[in-house]
Design a protein around this ligand. Sequence first.
Ligand SMILES: Cc1cc2nc3c(=O)[nH]c(=O)nc-3n(C[C@H](O)[C@H](O)[C@H](O)COP(=O)(O)OP(=O)(O)OC[C@H]3O[C@@H](n4cnc5c(N)ncnc54)[C@H](O)[C@@H]3O)c2cc1C
Length: 465
Amino acid sequence: MTDKPILLWLRRDLRLADHPALHAAAASGRPVIPVVIRDAALDRLGAAARWRMGQALAHFDARLQGLGSRLVLRSGPALEVLRGLVAETGAATILWSRAYDGASVELGRRVKDWAKAHDITAKSYNGSLLFEPWEVTTATGGPYRVFTPFWRAVKDRPVPDPVQAPSQLRPPTHWPDSEILGSWRLSEGVGRGAEVLARHALVGEERARSRFAAFLAGPVARYATDRDMLALPGCSGMSEPLTYGEVSPRLLWHLAQGKPGAEAFLRQLVWRDFAWQLFFHRPDMAEENWREGWDGFPWRGDNAQALAWKQGRSGVPLVDAAMRELYVTGRMHNRARMVSASYLTKHLLTDWRVGLRWFADCLTDWDEAANAMGWQWVAGTGPDAAPFFRVFNPETQAVRFDPEGRYRRRWIAEGEAAPTQTALSYFDAVPRSWALDPKAPRPEPALPLAEGRQRALAAYAAHRT
Ligand SMILES: Cc1cc2nc3c(=O)[nH]c(=O)nc-3n(C[C@H](O)[C@H](O)[C@H](O)COP(=O)(O)OP(=O)(O)OC[C@H]3O[C@@H](n4cnc5c(N)ncnc54)[C@H](O)[C@@H]3O)c2cc1C
């Protein structure tokens, strides 16, 4: 039995509880060197997600220090960095949680090939999904393309029990050098918005766990109806910690079992797995129309109205409230995501990829698969999508899901005699170059809603003929 160190390569799995790779490393009794690599994947994150990753790393480093360990930070192509660390530390094993986007799948393969050729043990684990993307297959052995049968196929399947958090991690005799987190400048892209974002972020495993406990103690029972109401705290808020792996979906699954109303919540949690199994099988899902029939559709690229949409100045109150919630909190209510995405792709006839990229830049809960699936669902281009002719009407959506206007007042200051603090905080977060003023009159919509709807339907009809 070797006593050589283990490299624990961490990415979006910054937690202690239910972390199979960390659990295996700790259980070995060997020295463990937790490593985070600033590689192309980390550099590719949007501004808000990079900032939030910085918060997650700082927090998790402190957690590890409580166990007598720490994070080692290195920059460079991941395989090169891992090879260098093996040479420096004499590590004989590399463990990590699998990631399922195309580039990460390929990287995992290369790390395993290199390790095998150099007599190093390399092992990856499922640390981020309920089921592996290849585990749930249709009767003919292929992946599911439609959610409801996927849900039926998994809802009664056993989900492995969560594994315990380690109580300590054995440090190596000599720690390899680490870069300093501040030198990664992960906050740079968000500028002055960082301070505002920080008020809304739910950083770290402990806060995520207590937020989920509060959700299970009350809101989960009414989740099926409240989850659509824009002004209510009816949802779990777990997307952000799930994104950085501060909680695991398997733990949430087990904690929610047996709670009245939990099935509706678990169904949504399974949407996340569904998104990743789609993305695993179609790694170009964030770039290409899932349905080729949409190639050549006359979407507009970036345009002045899309810019107004991004800036929360479309003139459509529900859409503007949604876009401001996004900028201030790094998150957006699910219904607001659907309505604002529908307005961009249908009323403004703008390419869903314009919106996808803006969300990717602004979301702290940015999840490549869920974002791509959400945009393609709304645009009508996805495998299991809302039909293009179903155009969300932001006014009727507001009447149904924000009947008292509380959500809109929470986020829109213009035209209000006494704007809310949250609405005003938008003006503290946005770049000064946008020259926004809470006392300015409300912007006018680019075109009447009915006209935008007709234009979209006409473009769709013309494309199909
Ligand atoms: C255009 C668009 C873009 C989106 N982009 C993202 C994204 O980048 N990251 C992200 O996590 N979600 C995304 N979603 C899905 C959804 O809006 C969020 O997961 C949800 O709002 C998060 O809030 P919550 O954690 O309180 O969710 P809850 O309602 O409490 O749901 C629990 C969990 O289930 C999962 N979930 C719920 N709905 C969905 C869904 N439609 N698709 C996939 N997983 C889901 C999430 O992990 C969520 O945390 C997007 C949806 C749309 C329409």
